[in-house]
Write a protein that binds this ligand. Structure first.
Ligand code: NAP
Length: 293
């Protein structure tokens, strides 16, 4: 067992089964079970690798982030889900699913805004008292060739995709350092490695994440914290659905394994890094069907 696991959570036996909006102006939603109906953790979940760990996954209402958050919960973690606009859909998702070993909360916060990041992290600490795992996944695209790219296109993407990683990581480090344990995974992109026509803003942000990953990995290794980047290729999510069909077919033609990836295939890599990656830091992991080697 890695270090830093001993501190008990406020209520480790509480299972996710029901959910309500807390009605606060902050847009916070928590799923809880009334005290009288709380169940003991079933014996089979006690061996789960992430039991009692707390994960925060930014941009986890759908797509890759949701698959990652769901997978970390399947491994026993408690999880803070996050989105910027689709809190209702996220609420539905959390309400409708089967009970998990851990608890979860959903927090609406724009991670491109440092004050909202502060509120997101404060909420996570208030609910769970610790943060062990941070997955910086939230991201957007605003594709245009550079000649047509506006300042707003540039700033929006760099803010949501790169500045957010700085804001959230900076805030998550002190509680991780305090416990001598942390797993940080930054969801970059194949585009940050290869560049792409019409994506100078996105490529710059995603390449920036890789440099950030390597620098912070060096800074915090002595505290038992690993920092890695995952670089997905083309994954079948809403982000890719925006690409016209003829362009989609061309992309598939350039993928040696002959299809788009699934969010769950990225989540499996994150699970590996979080559960098995105690001696892996500062690396980038390609999940891209062989498109970039
Ligand atoms: P997606 O389906 O479009 O989902 C994006 C998620 O990020 C949503 O949960 C969205 O919340 C959230 N989000 C966006 N901006 C946010 C902000 N400012 N603050 C908080 N949450 C925000 O995207 P995806 O395809 O799953 O991509 C997830 C990550 O993987 C992104 O970083 C993306 O760049 C990267 N990636 C994707 C692909 C791909 O082919 N799909 C390939 C390589 C890398 P709302 O629901 O509220 O909008």
């Amino acid at each position: 067992m890695e270090s830093g696991t001993s501190q008990p959570l406020r209520d480790p036996n509480q299972n996710a089964a029901a959910l309500w909006a807390d009605g606060s102006p902050t847009g916070l939603v928590a799923d809880r079970v009334p005290a009288g109906e709380r169940r003991r953790t079933p014996p089979e979940t006690q061996a789960l690798p992430l039991k009692d760990r707390v994960a925060l996954v930014t941009g986890s209402s759908r797509g890759i982030g949701r698959a990652i958050a769901d997978e970390l919960m399947r491994q026993g973690a408690h999880c803070v889900y996050n989105c910027v606009s689709s809190i209702d859909a996220l609420q539905q998702l959390m309400f409708g699913r089967e009970a998990r070993p851990g608890r979860s909360v959903a927090v609406q916060a724009d991670v491109g805004d440092p004050q909202q990041c502060q509120r997101l992290l404060d909420r996570a600490l208030e609910e769970f008292g610790r943060i062990d795992i941070l997955v910086n996944n939230a991201g957007i695209t605003r594709d245009r060739t550079l000649r047509k790219m506006t300042e707003e296109d540039w700033l929006k993407v760099v803010n949501a995709d790169l500045n957010s990683v700085f804001f959230c990581t900076r805030l998550a480090l002190p509680p991780m350092i305090e416990r001598g344990y942390g797993r940080i995974v930054n969801v970059s992109s194949i585009i940050g490695q290869t560049g792409n026509v019409g994506q100078a803003n996105y490529a710059a942000a995603k390449a920036g994440m890789i440099g950030f990953t390597k620098s912070v990995a060096r800074e915090v290794a002595r505290h038992g914290i690993t920092v890695n980047a995952v670089c997905p290729g083309f994954i079948d999510t809403d982000m890719l659905a925006a690409v016209p069909e003829d362009a989609r077919q061309k992309i598939i033609g350039n993928i040696p394994l002959g299809r788009f990836g699934k969010s769950e295939e990225v989540a499996a890599m994150v699970r590996f890094l979080v559960c098995e990656g105690a001696w892996i830091t500062g690396q980038q992991f390609n999940v891209n069907g062989g498109m970039h080697m």
